[in-house]
Design a binder for this molecule. Sequence first.
Ligand code: GLU
Length: 306
Amino acid sequence: MTVDYAALLQTIAAEVATLAPEGAVAEYIPALARVVPDQFGMAVATVDGVVHRAGTADVPFSIQSISKLFALALALRREGEALWRRVGREPSGTPFNSLVLLERERGIPRNPFVNAGALVVTDVLCRRFLQPERAVLEFVHGLLGRSGVGIDAEVARSERRHSDRNAAIAHFMRSFGNLHGEVGAVLDAYCAHCAIAMSCAELAEAALFLAADGCQPGGTRILEAADVRRLNALMLTCGAYDAAGDFAFRIGLPTKTGVGGGILAIVPGRMSICAWSPRLDANGNSIAAAAALERFAAMAGVSIFG
Ligand code: GLU
């Protein structure tokens, strides 16, 4: 089926505009609570590098947990297989910032996308790089082939000031020997890479290697194809936290969500898609962005399940 992606995005943006404004912006990070709630943007980047846009697709927003994907890709490049001795690959069935499984599982986080797992990944980056958040940012610049993406310092400071829960998770893992660096330094780096600001178009472009067996357009290899298959599997099973099953059911694509309201989705072999709208449901996932991706997957016929 030949699909006019540009036209499809316009149709979806018009449909999403008619949805009732449900949900609320993330408030536990005070600087995020100031975002204008009723915005919607969406972009599709196909593996040949063409980008289609709708709505506020070029407005930067706080990527939050979507940064966990870039941090993980970078840590895998440096650490390889050894990383999987410290982080699991199972959905947690608990909220993204939960501590409950860590005691029973002796400080080994269920997967790299819950906060505990991302803190271990960030700990790896702290060991490997003098300025780990800059390393993540430069990795993103490399993916885009240009600089210009930055860290929103106010959001980073705001989260860092309110990071008691993530600090508790980090200390707890450290007590089991699964966090090697100083908790404060890991939290500084974690809050900073979560505060990277990017637009839907930039995110879709930066993530193309996940749709193209590990290479960005132009052929630069970012990860081995086998690692990319594994990342997509983790996104499908763990990328939307406690809603991963529901997302697989509704959308049928590997996704990664963030409390800034962004959702990145991968269509292996074909494209990456990013939708953004700040109002979140109780799991911390954007309501309108999920609805838009559900429509897109159905109308373009791109679910990985056929
Ligand atoms: N920086 C956020 C936190 O640690 C990320 C959560 C998210 O986007 O899901 O709470």
